[in-house]
Ligand binder design. Sequence first.
Ligand SMILES: Nc1nc2c(c(=O)[nH]1)N[C@H]1C(S)=C(S)[C@@H](COP(=O)(O)O)O[C@H]1N2
Ligand SMILES: [Mo]
Length: 331
Amino acid sequence: MLIRNNNQGFVHSLNSEITSQTQYLQRRAFMQTLATGAAGAALASWAGRDALAAEAERAHLPALKGQPSKVSGAMTVEAATAYKDATSYNNYYEFGLDKGEPVRNAGTLKTRPWTVRIEGLVQKPQTLDIDSLLKLSAQEERIYRLRCVEGWSMVIPWVGYSLSELLKKVQPLSSAKYVEFVTLADKAQMPGLRSGVLDWPYTEGLRLDEAMHPLTLLAFGMYGEVLPNQNGAPVRLVVPWKYGFKSAKSLVAIRLTDKEPGTAWNKAARNEYGFYSNVNPEVDHPRWSQATERRIGEGGLFAKKRKTLMFNGYGDQVAQLYAGMDLKKFY
Ligand SMILES: Nc1nc2c(c(=O)[nH]1)N[C@H]1C(S)=C(S)[C@@H](COP(=O)(O)O)O[C@H]1N2
Ligand SMILES: [Mo]
């Protein structure tokens, strides 16, 4: 990423301790009540108008199953980042380069109608309407850490299902080795496209086995609600053991290929952002260390930093994908 050493984000986090885990749990309880049909009672006990608006929005998101993730190791026991921080401190360059810009600018993103093409080296290519994609598999909630390459992290309860569920349905050909993710690039909706920082559309890529790993999530919601635009509505990728930029927002195509696809950040700075981009405290970014991170929401500028964990703490689940690979060379 660009070095953007302004303190804007920490100002946000200082002011927003109010929306927290508690409020998140209230929202979830409210959603579960909705699912059981006792919406009226829940509304009475919940912050009225806000809840009504949110309810209309959430209608797009199938009710969560009561069970937490089945994927072993997917949940972290750490407290979720405050909702307000996670939705107002964002990287989404299509809506501006500063962390506070996406929340202000992403209102112009139109998330319906929306289609996602699944194409390339598959038996059954298809173009799916977002609402069909949403219902393709059971949604579940997964609390993942997200570690940004710039040195901060968050803990977010995502809602979605494993990308592998979709890939299995389209049946990759044996020649398919990689998956390329293409995101929306529409000048009419995205003021950030005027910037030449990246080569639009923002694209990302994974090796097929990484894409098929159960931790790799196709996310439609967070904190029990549909994704806010600035977080990548209506559908994004979340790859928790890689730096945040691999988690491409607002996907329009998923393309299976036989060659390693180019990625937006690798094209912008080849020696700084590799294809793999696994979180690795031992491999410094050429311009800064990756050994520690600041958890957004933790006490602002003077909070103690946390040690960054290998594979962002998901090593037990994913380390075997890289057995025998030199992770300094394949950074
Ligand atoms: N299309 C698109 N996707 C993107 C980005 C972007 O600029 N454009 N930024 C990435 C980066 S650098 C990070 S850290 C995460 C941030 O996700 P969040 O805002 O939901 O925390 O989104 C990633 N996905
Ligand atoms: Mo990032």
